[in-house]
Design a binder for this molecule. Structure first.
Ligand code: C2E
Ligand code: MG
Ligand code: MG
Ligand code: MG
Length: 293
């Protein structure tokens, strides 16, 4: 890169790659400033937690009860505006700042949950753990801190992707056992995109399985995909797991997923991920008119 930057033989087609590279470098520095060891408390304000509801299948289409929310992070970047996790999570991992971010998300989300529950909303909260955080020595102290801060772990679900479990299955299993021993629930996220064995799955102390959007979005158009969903639901139920369908965008797909046995659904059909105050307004409006989607 040094040679290119000095101006010798810079090819035009490299401009795009160059800009992406520079952008990544800048993001990396910005993340370090916002989340690194020297970051001030105000820097954390750049990160927002948005919430997406999870709706129970019971009661039929449109009548399902809102049973939970998933916390999803957004970065209000000082120059670039609102960034979705896909724009910065891998840079975060590279800088080893993922545990710091997820701790921030978990603390804030648990505080919001406590408020909502105190106001009479019977909800549970899910937050996402990355694979690096799964093997981070700070994880269990963080979970203990959440409990000390007043959260009831019985209402908190820790989501781990199937893929991240497979990086180091034995170690991941031990950590999952540590998580559930503290009273938290465990959810297997993005299920169907990894290569976990049925034997491994049966040993995990999981309570929930989330069927990845790549399956739910194709179930209506492709009978074979629908068969995979049906088989996954049956297996999960035999193992005592609740099944959540991710990424549900239309009523016909929701109906099919209910027919296939999914217990809960999450997706743009119900709501996009929104800030806490907006979620609460959405929830209150829905509770006033329970039969309307
Ligand atoms: P995920 O945990 O599988 O979360 C679901 C993603 O699907 C979210 O993307 C959500 O906005 C999106 N989604 C939900 N419903 C629909 C739908 O109907 N249609 C479509 N097209 N998309 C839908 P998002 O918020 O961009 O997050 C992407 C991923 O980033 C998450 O996938 C999760 O793995 C990760 N992530 C988000 N927040 C955190 C965090 O605080 N910590 C960690 N470690 N990872 C996070
Ligand atoms: Mg998730
Ligand atoms: Mg997911
Ligand atoms: Mg996903």
């Amino acid at each position: 890169y040094a040679a290119k930057a000095s101006g010798h033989g810079v090819a035009v087609h490299d401009d795009v790659a160059d800009r992406a590279w520079r952008q990544r470098l800048a993001l990396s520095d910005d993340l370090h400033l916002a989340l690194g060891p020297e970051a001030g408390p105000e820097a954390a304000e750049q990160f927002e937690v948005h919430y997406q509801p999870q709706v129970s299948a019971t009661g039929g289409t449109g009548a399902g009860r809102v049973v939970g929310v998933e916390a999803l992070v957004r970065w209000q970047h000082p120059r670039l505006g609102m960034l979705a996790p896909g724009a910065f999570l891998d840079v975060l991992e590279e800088r080893r700042l993922m545990p710091a971010l997820t701790a921030l998300v978990a603390r804030r989300a648990v505080a919001d949950l406590t408020e909502w529950r105190a106001a009479g909303h019977d909800l549970r909260l899910s937050f996402n753990l990355s694979s690096t955080h799964l093997s981070d020595p700070g994880l269990l102290p963080l979970l203990d801190e959440l409990v000390t801060s007043g959260a009831d772990p019985a209402h908190v679900v820790v989501e781990v992707t199937e893929t991240s479990l497979m990086n180091d299955p034995d170690r991941a299993l031990a950590t999952c056992q540590d998580i559930t021993a503290r009273g938290f629930s465990l959810s297997i996220d993005d299920f169907g995109t990894g290569y976990s064995s049925l034997a491994y799955l049966a040993n995990l102390p999981a309570d929930e399985l989330k069927i990845d959007r790549t399956f739910t979005s194709r179930a209506l158009a492709d009978e074979r995909i629908a068969a995979i969903v049906a088989g996954t639901v049956e297996l999960a139920h035999h193992l005592g797991l609740r099944v959540v369908a991710e990424g549900v965008e239309d009523p016909a797909t929701l109906d099919l997923l209910h027919e296939l046995g999914c217990d809960e659904s999450q997706g743009y059909l119900h709501s996009r991920p929104v800030p806490a105050a907006e979620f609460l307004r959405w929830l209150q409006a829905r509770e006033r008119v329970p039969a309307v989607l």
